[in-house]
Design a protein around this ligand. Structure first.
Ligand SMILES: Nc1ncnc2c1ncn2[C@@H]1O[C@H](COP(=O)(O)OP(=O)(O)OP(=O)(O)O)[C@@H](O)[C@H]1O
Ligand SMILES: [Mg+2]
Length: 273
């Protein structure tokens, strides 16, 4: 009698693992950029990834998103192993932004977001060649959704501006809108506030909270510690490819090894470890 009670699935919210990386290792010749890194991200969580320059943060993202095939390890989304192909990863429900902004510079803001949407429509196929009614319907829906997403990230007024003419902070926001256009369950952000002023950084923090509140899991790479510790539920600190510490913002913030990793991390200054 109670089998169909609608409350059943909701009790799992916040506990279900969306993304799991197990023992991910990435070697480039003799250099091990990512060394046996494991991470779990649960529904509704914001996880921070910090670490000094060259620690392997972006390389780890590249392993998660199918840009690199990890030398070792496994990445699963909702329990399914991810194929190491970026488009397939996007279709499976994981979207990202890039440390070095990758927009179509000569397309408008709106068109950039529409491009993100195409992985969910059939418009790349025969319908777009024939340009029949189905294509026009999809195109109109895509345009409408893209406009909504621009408004969502605070760029409603910039729809017709070419991406290359947008201020830097707006370009970062536009990348987020394009990533959201793919309907992800998890969003990976690589330095979303780099180059932003304090006001834009604050707005970005609220945007990420809003995205989380809409049901997505988020993983954020950032060097701005104030931003990371105010934003995240959990933080991993990577140093030379390995996880130095994982914990709550409070735990990570107060761990002397983290500060040492940032200010004193040269090999020749360290004792054997
Ligand atoms: N395609 C590649 N081929 C060879 N080495 C690479 C490649 N990509 C990254 N690396 C190396 O891997 C290491 C980790 O680089 P990565 O860009 O992941 O660091 P990061 O933590 O993102 O640094 P930053 O904070 O500066 O962005 C560096 O030593 C880098 O030079
Ligand atoms: Mg990086």
């Amino acid at each position: 009698m109670t089998v169909t009670e609608p409350t059943a699935p909701a009790t799992e919210a916040g506990h279900r693992i969306v993304l799991e990386a197990a023992g991910v290792t990435m070697r480039f010749g003799g250099l091990t950029a990512v060394d046996d890194v494991s991470m779990q991200v649960r529904e509704g969580e914001i996880v921070g990834l910090i670490g000094p320059n060259g620690a392997g943060k972006t390389t780890f993202f590249n392993c998660l998103t199918g840009m690199y095939i990890p030398t070792e390890g496994r990445v699963t989304l909702n329990g399914e192993t991810l194929p190491p192909k970026p488009l397939k990863v996007v279709r499976a429900g994981m979207a990202r932004t890039f440390q070095n902004i990758r927009l179509f510079a000569n397309m408008t803001a709106l068109e950039n977001v529409m491009v993100g949407r195409y992985c969910r429509t059939s418009s790349m196929a025969l319908t777009s060649i024939l340009r029949g009614p189905k294509f026009r319907r999809e195109e109109a829906a895509t345009r409408e959704r893209a406009q909504e997403l621009l408004a969502y990230v605070g760029l409603a007024e910039s729809a017709e501006i070419l991406a290359r003419n947008l201020p830097y902070g707006d370009q970062r926001r536009l990348e987020i809108a394009r990533a959201l256009a793919t309907d992800p369950q998890i969003l990976l952000l690589d330095e979303p506030t780099a180059g932003m002023n304090p006001k834009e950084t604050e707005e970005t923090m609220h945007l990420i909270f809003k995205i989380r509140d809409s049901g997505l899991a988020v993983v954020v790479i950032e060097h701005d510690m104030r931003f990371i510790f105010n934003l995240c539920d959990r933080v991993l600190c990577l140093v030379r490819g390995t996880v130095l510490i994982e914990g709550s913002p409070g735990e990570v913030q107060s761990d002397p090894r983290v500060i040492e990793a940032y200010i004193g991390g040269d090999d020749d200054e360290e004792e054997d470890q």
